[in-house]
Design a protein around this ligand. Sequence first.
Ligand code: DGY
Length: 319
Amino acid sequence: MSPEKPRVVVTRRLPEAVEAELSSRFDAALNADDAQMDRAALARAFAEADAVLCTVGDRIDAAAIGSAPRAKMVATFSVGTNHIDLDAARAAGLRVSSTPGVLTDATADIAMSLILMAMRRCGEGERMVRAGEWHGWTPTQLLGRDPTGATLGIVGMGRIGRATAARAHHGFGMKILYANRSEVDPGMPAERRELHELMAEADVISVHAPASAENRNLISAELIARMKPEAYLVNTARGDVVDEPALIAALQAGRIAGAGLDVFVEEPKVPQALRALENVVLLPHLGSATRATREAMGMKCVANLDAFFAGRELPEPVV
Ligand code: DGY
């Protein structure tokens, strides 16, 4: 008789190939109707399964994990882990894995898209056409700023920050400044600055610092106040790395030119004040949303679960 397969609860629908792989290797409880699991369902998953495969939309805290979970592993379908209380996971003896590396290009592409869309006022133009309010080409309509040759400030030079810098520099001739704990490879065409200097010098700022207690409101009201009036802020990292109310106030007052946001403090809620602003491009956390990237993320989860149940070291350990 073959041994029973480990039970893995999967909190959302995943690409077909990933679900097939999960079902072939594990006793996988797939979420066929793709409904967000409520708190009670999550707690049941930890109590009854051997592992949980979660996403950034699930809040994995001490209450969900419980004091004596049957589950001993959480594989998150993300590179970010701010939706998981890692201390509670440690305390409950859980291992945690993530999916770094495979979403670098997709996320940098969205950062670059937001930089271009914000500076070239594409959101305003798109809304104008859809609303039937475009009455013909004029020489002064929706004039934006040239990304080409502008100065881009990268906050956080991890994988995604570096990939965004490369796109901006090689594709658009942008001058790159960065703020980071450590110096990056001196061969990179980028100059290091203190964060407050970068905020004052850049024409567009792209945020790539991970969410953490230390980074909450890293882009503070004081730093936003240092931005040039013609500058833009782009965020593809996590909403709470930026002081969202301070950003909204600066946009409303016209103290900065605009913003491009893929992430928000309380997703999926997006403040009405932001939605009302013309000079903001808003995306629904699309950073990693390509078919190939999501499949690769899923396969990373499979590899981590496989390693865990085979007693091997996790390929992408967080805890
Ligand atoms: C992540 O992986 O952390 C992204 O935000 C979602 O893909």
